[in-house]
Design a protein around this ligand. Structure first.
Ligand code: DP6
Length: 371
């Protein structure tokens, strides 16, 4: 296993175990939105307690998000968690096991959880079966809501602690969710060349070159079906994977490189790393046991079209992939019109029902309401 030397400043999980609360609160509600994110250097492989096998970095999105309202009412502390789940206003019992597991994982850090009855009401801005994972935005939105409640119990909490702990909690729900709390670009995982980086939470990358401001991500919906491989199973397949060690080493190196690229604005080098990372992610799935091919014929058609268009026009447009067949088309804001025209003319034909989603870089979770 490729491991960074332990840094003096590294925080331990005990940092997130609260001491006594100063306040009590009977009831109330909060509402937050939290976005999805798209990884440039991919997180693929994890250890116990949601510790990533390698560091990753992502662009935060703006339009693809989850909006969650958390209502809470004090109850006699019971032996189990008490919560109701709504999705778009309707009861959604199928979410219960995931939330139950999340609460079990985070109870140590939020000891008030069994003292309230919660109503968790969520909705996504992106279509339900679009193949876009809602776990990152969903877990991030729930984590910031729970932190709002903790802040009421402990009003002296700093903003830095709020964000760090929200990211820490979100990670325990879904790894990539910790990159959806704060910042346009977020790094997660110990990385020798990134000060304050941590396996426990995401940190904002602050030195973004203007070339990457408002970066565009048009998500081409190639296959909207259910995921063939759950991400948890996928990550597990990196345990004992023949190429795992080299892959983890490569991710550390690619993160070092992409950090300087994000700082100096070099598009060519950006494209090289981002596309290589996407293909490496899929190569890992194709070479695991069992093996998977998550790309579809249309995924490859789109990739080839992007390469031809880039070669012909010198437009700095590239692709990345998640653990699925959909293609994220990434490009700077100043070529938006020409790339959207290219997408409409040449790529929409490969999308299921001609569907795609226009998104761009965002800033993270946003509080909408407090009642
Ligand atoms: C391919 O965060 O969904 O999107 O921690 O098991 O919830 P869990 O996995 P998840 O994995 C995301 C993997 C990825 C790459 C990435 O976002 O870095």
């Amino acid at each position: 296993m490729y491991l960074c030397p332990k840094k003096e400043s590294m925080l331990s999980t005990s940092h997130f175990v609260p001491k006594d609360y100063l306040n009590t609160i009977e009831k109330g509600s909060f509402e937050w939105s939290a976005p999805s994110n798209i990884a440039l250097v991919k997180y693929w492989g994890k250890r116990e307690h949601q510790i990533p096998a390698n560091p990753s970095v992502s662009f935060t999105l703006k339009n693809c998000k989850t909006i969650t309202k958390l209502s809470f009412q004090k109850i006699e502390k019971g032996t189990d968690f008490s919560f109701d789940l709504l999705f778009e206003g309707q009861p959604k019992e199928s979410f219960r096991p995931k939330i139950q597991k999340f609460f079990e994982r985070i109870e140590r850090y939020l000891p008030f959880l069994k003292e309230y009855h919660f109503i968790i009401d969520t909705q996504n801005t992106f279509p339900h079966s679009s193949g876009i994972a809602s776990s990152a935005s969903g877990m991030a939105a729930l984590a910031v809501n729970l932190m709002s409640l903790e802040k009421q119990l402990n009003p002296e909490m700093t903003e830095e602690y709020f964000n760090q702990k929200a990211s820490f909690l979100a990670r325990l729900g879904s790894g990539s969710a910790c990159r959806s709390i704060k910042g346009e670009v977020v790094i997660w995982g110990n990385h020798q060349e990134t000060e304050n980086s941590s396996d426990l939470f995401g940190v904002e990358f602050a030195n973004l070159h203007s070339n990457f401001k408002n970066y565009q991500d048009t998500i081409l919906l190639v296959d909207k079906g259910e995921k063939q491989v759950s991400s948890t199973l996928g990550h597990d397949l990196m345990n004992g994977h023949p190429f795992a060690e080299k892959r983890f080493e490569q991710a550390h190196k690619n993160l070092s490189k992409i950090k300087s690229i994000l700082n100096n604005g070099a598009f060519d080098e950006f494209i090289e790393i981002v596309e290589s990372e996407a293909l490496t992610l899929h190569a890992m799935m194709m070479t695991s046991m069992p093996y998977f091919i998550l790309m579809k014929p249309n995924t490859l058609e789109i990739i080839n079209k992007i390469w031809s268009f880039r070669a012909a026009t010198q437009t700095p447009v590239c692709f990345t992939l998640d653990a699925g067949a959909n293609v994220h088309v990434l490009y700077p804001e100043n070529v938006r019109e020409v790339v959207l025209q290219f997408i409409k003319n040449e790529l929409v034909a490969y999308c299921q029902n001609g569907q795609y989603i226009c998104d761009e870089m965002g800033v993270g979770a946003i509080q909408l309401n407090e009642f």
